[in-house]
Design a protein around this ligand. Structure first.
Ligand SMILES: [Fe+2]
Length: 454
C-alpha cells in the first residue's frame, strides 16, 4: 500500500528532523554555557560579531528561512530578526566589512533567550506538522529549507568554537575531567603512492537527501598518479621549519603571504605560544606543552610555505578526494569504507575539544592507507573555491556559496574534532581565505608520482 508506506516514510523523516533540531539546540546551549557572563558582548575575533549575535542568529536563521521564507508564516520581532539575520559567516572573510553595532544596540540576554524560545517553539511545531516536502517548490523541494537550517546550526557550532578558542581561559569553564590527549610520539612519516584513477567531485542533486549548492553537480576528474603523506604534518615537523628560519625566508612564501607575515610579525603558528624557552599550545581550556604528535594547525599560507620548503606541494581538491574516497574497486562513502563514522575511525563529532596525536586512528585509514583524512583537523587544499559545472544558488540560502567565488578563498576538506557527523559526506566542502589562521585546519603534502618527477 504505497500511501501507507509514504505516510510511514514522512513520519520517520519528521522524527529524524525533530531529533536533529533538538540535538542541535541542546549542543548550542552547552557551548554557550561554557562561557562566563562577561564574555557575552565580547568579540574574540575582531572581524566577527560579538558572541551575543550568534545566540540570536541561530534561531533567527531557522525562523527566517523555514518559517518566513519557505512557509510564508509571520515572524516574532522584526527588529531582532533583522539584527540577527546574517553574520559574515559561516566562512567569513578577513578584510570584509567590519560588523557594526555598538554594545548598546545589542539586546539584553533575557530578550535573546525569550526570542530564541519562541522561535524554537514555532520551528518545532512546523517540523512536526507543516507540509515541508513539496516537489517543485523553490525552498521546499525535497525539504531543502529543513536541511539548510539543520546543517547551518551544526556548522555554526564549529565556527563558535573557533571563537571560544581565542577567549581568555578565565572566561571558559571546561567540562569536568576533560584533559587534552597530548601523549603520543609523532608517527613515522611515509609517502604513499596513489595510482591514477577517477575522483568524483560533487554529486547530482537527486543522488543524496541534501547537499549545499556548491556540492552540485557531479563531475569526474581523471587524476594522474601522485604521492601523498600517510599522516598530517605534525607540530614536531613544523617546528623544524620554524627553527630553520622558515618565517624569515621569503623564498618559501608568495610575495603577498610574506608581506602578511611581516606586517603581522608572525613567527610561528597562531596556536603556538612561547613560554620562556619552551613552546606551548593554546588548547581550548588551558595551555599544554607543545604536543609534538598533534597535527599542526596553520593557515593555508603557512601550509604552502612549509610544503615549498620540503620540495612538495599541497593536494588539489581532486587529489584529496582520490586519496580519501578512492579505492582499487571504486569510490566509497568514507575513507574507511561504508560503515558509519565512529570514535574508532577518527576525531570528529565533538569527541574532543582539541586534536589528538596523528596516527592514533588507523581504523579510519583510506583504502590506500592514508590516515586521518576525515577528522582531527580540516585539510587545506591548493584549490580555489569555485562552483562545479551545474552550480545554481539555492533558494533557501542564495548567498551561502556565491558570495565567496572570488578567487580569494580556498577549499578545505575532511573534518575537525568539532565537525558534526552529519557533515561527514564526501562532497561537503569548506572554504576560507588562505591567510585565515583561526580554523582547526591542518595539511599534508603531496608530490608528483615518482615516474613523473623530473
Ligand atoms: Fe549563519
Amino acid at each position: 500500500m504505497p500511501s501507507t508506506d509514504a505516510g510511514i516514510g514522512i513520519a520517520t523523516e519528521r522524527a529524524a528532523w525533530l531529533d536533529w533540531y533538538r540535538r542541535n539546540r541542546a549542543r548550542s546551549k552547552r557551548l554557550f554555557d561554557l562561557l562566563s557572563d562577561d564574555a557575552y558582548y565580547s568579540r574574540p575575533i575582531a572581524l566577527r560579531h560579538p558572541i551575543v549575535f550568534y545566540e540570536g542568529h541561530l534561531p533567527a536563521f531557522s525562523l527566517n528561512t523555514l518559517l518566513k521564507k519557505a512557509l510564508g508564516r509571520p515572524g516574532i520581532d522584526a527588529r531582532l530578526e533583522a539584527l540577527f539575520a546574517r553574520g559574515i559567516d559561516p566562512h567569513e572573510s578577513v578584510g570584509g566589512d567590519e560588523p557594526g553595532h555598538a554594545r548598546s544596540s545589542w539586546p539584553p540576554r533575557d530578550a535573546v533567550h525569550a526570542f530564541a524560545a519562541e522561535a524554537d517553539r514555532r520551528v518545532i511545531e512546523a517540523l512536526g506538522h507543516a507540509d515541508l516536502d513539496r516537489p517543485g517548490h523553490p525552498l521546499l523541494d525535497r525539504a531543502e529549507a529543513v536541511f539548510a537550517i539543520l546543517e547551518h546550526e551544526a556548522m555554526h557550532q564549529e565556527t563558535l568554537l573557533y571563537m571560544w578558542h581565542r577567549l581568555p581561559f578565565e572566561q571558559k569553564r571546561g567540562p569536568a575531567g576533560y584533559r587534552p590527549r597530548t601523549n603520543g610520539a609523532p608517527p613515522q612519516q611515509e609517502w604513499i603512492e596513489i595510482p591514477e584513477g577517477r575522483a568524483t567531485l560533487g554529486v547530482n542533486r537527486d543522488a543524496i537527501p541534501f547537499g549545499w549548492d556548491n556540492e552540485h553537480a557531479a563531475s569526474v576528474i581523471e587524476t594522474p598518479p601522485f604521492g601523498i603523506e600517510r599522516h598530517d604534518v605534525t607540530n614536531a615537523r613544523f617546528l623544524e621549519f620554524v627553527e630553520a628560519g622558515g618565517y624569515r625566508e621569503p623564498r618559501w612564501w608568495t610575495s603577498e603571504d610574506f608581506q602578511w607575515i611581516q606586517s603581522e610579525q608572525l613567527t610561528h603558528p597562531l596556536f603556538w605560544e612561547r613560554d620562556g624557552d619552551r613552546w606551548s599550545w593554546r588548547a581550548m581550556f588551558g595551555r599544554v606543552p607543545l604536543p609534538l604528535g598533534w597535527p599542526v594547525y596553520v593557515s593555508q599560507a603557512e601550509a604552502s610555505a612549509f610544503a615549498r620548503w620540503t620540495g612538495a606541494r599541497l593536494p588539489t581538491e581532486a587529489e584529496f578526494q582520490r586519496a580519501a574516497y578512492g579505492s582499487p574497486s571504486g569510490e566509497r562513502p568514507y575513507p574507511w569504507g561504508s560503515t558509519p563514522p565512529s570514535p574508532a575511525t577518527g576525531v570528529f563529532d565533538f569527541s574532543s575539544w582539541d586534536p589528538e596525536p596523528a596516527g592514533t586512528h588507523p581504523a579510519g585509514a583510506s583504502a590506500w592507507g592514508v590516515e586521518d583524512l576525515v577528522g582531527n583537523g580540516w585539510e587545506w587544499t591548493a584549490t580555489p573555491f569555485a562552483p562545479f559545472p551545474g552550480f545554481r544558488p539555492m533558494a533557501s540560502y542564495p548567498e551561502y556559496s556565491a558570495d565567496f567565488f572570488d578567487g580569494q578563498h580556498v577549499v578545505m576538506k575532511g573534518a575537525s574534532p568539532v565537525t558534526a557527523r552529519e557533515l561527514l559526506r564526501p562532497t561537503f566542502r569548506n572554504w576560507f581565505r588562505a591567510r585565515y589562521p583561526y580554523v582547526y585546519a591542518t595539511f599534508r603534502c603531496v608530490r608528483d608520482a615518482a615516474a613523473r618527477r623530473p
